[in-house]
Design a protein around this ligand. Sequence first.
Ligand code: NAD
Ligand code: TYD
Length: 353
Amino acid sequence: MAIQQTILITGGAGFIGSHLTRLFVIKYPDQKIVNLDKLTYAGNLENLVDIEGAPNYTFVKGDITDIDLLKQLFEQYHFTGVLHCAAESHVDRSISDPLSFVKTNVLGTVSLLQTAKEYWKDDLANKLFYHISTDEVYGSLGEEGFFTEETRYDPRSPYSASKASSDHFVRAFYHTYKLPVIISNCSNNYGPYHFPEKLIPLCINNILQKKPLPVYGKGENVRDWLYVEDHVKAIDIIFHKGKIGETYNIGGHNEWKNIDIIKELCRQMDEKLGRQKGESEKLITFVKDRAGHDLRYAIDATKLKEELGWQPSLQFEEGLGKTIDWYIANTKWMEDITTGNYQRYYEEQYEKR
Ligand code: NAD
Ligand code: TYD
């Protein structure tokens, strides 16, 4: 099939990026998808084995802060769209190493913006720089209320501060240089290929292995959970139908206290693994709270529903069930991560060719 246009996805080997890359590669065979990923600890090419041979897919190992590489890729592929997913994404890591978050999330984003601006400057028609961001830029809610697109930014962790900064740069490039941009801010995702440093996959893995389930503080913090495939479907709709210069909030209207999610995981997994009722809950262990732990996130996604017709397709219990089933069926994926084997995959697949 003749390729009509080429899209750059950054961070396509990560959790959300791999679902997004798969969706675009399969759904748009007349578009070429170039996945640029540094393959940090969070990047795993095993997430994409099913599409790595697709004729409209190319993987490039590289860093989004490497402007020479970015220029070379824009020259070579003539991208008309950028879906920017690459980031350092884990709050706990940002607390111990904030600088690497500034480097990738701020400098990396500005490097991409600058390259797109230079390359597209003579013809901005039919171009789009889509920045994938988080609801954490809005800060922390009390018991009531929701984040809307108008909520004032109030980031409180080094991670969310770096994402907020990158969002501001994206808007600055729109206002200053008319770069065609769109931003979406999404709530917590869950689903297959989620790296086991985050709450849900960490607990699934620990329940499987009968290891303690670490609950920060009292487990009262609330997150609004969305199945990752619903997130990437929203991105697809916004990428194709969204209005330039706009921001869209994406969320599941699905708030859960951490402790309740962990109990639900225990309940479903005891059933699926044929364990005694209540067995896995005994693994729950309360540990020291995260520094500056945001209390509650909750998204109002009315704009996206009313303007572009998107809404989540899965109920949480069902999505969680699908996620658990995937982890039970893919123990090798988890083993490769915990043993570090996944980091050798690139070498075996690409460097020896
Ligand atoms: P992830 O940590 O699973 O994946 C990040 C990917 O980016 C990895 O493949 C990594 O190798 C790559 N990467 C990191 N630094 C890079 C660099 N300097 N150059 C090139 N590639 C680099 O993250 P995720 O959970 O998939 O999140 C993707 C995006 O979505 C992020 O921008 C994040 O802020 C945003 N987001 C995530 C969530 C969530 O719940 N996970 C929710 C809302 C928004
Ligand atoms: P996480 O998955 O790290 O996402 P985020 O911090 O971006 O929301 O954490 C989700 C929630 O779970 C958050 O309130 C912190 C909490 N948490 C634990 O209680 N124990 C854990 O081991 C982890 C990783 C997170």
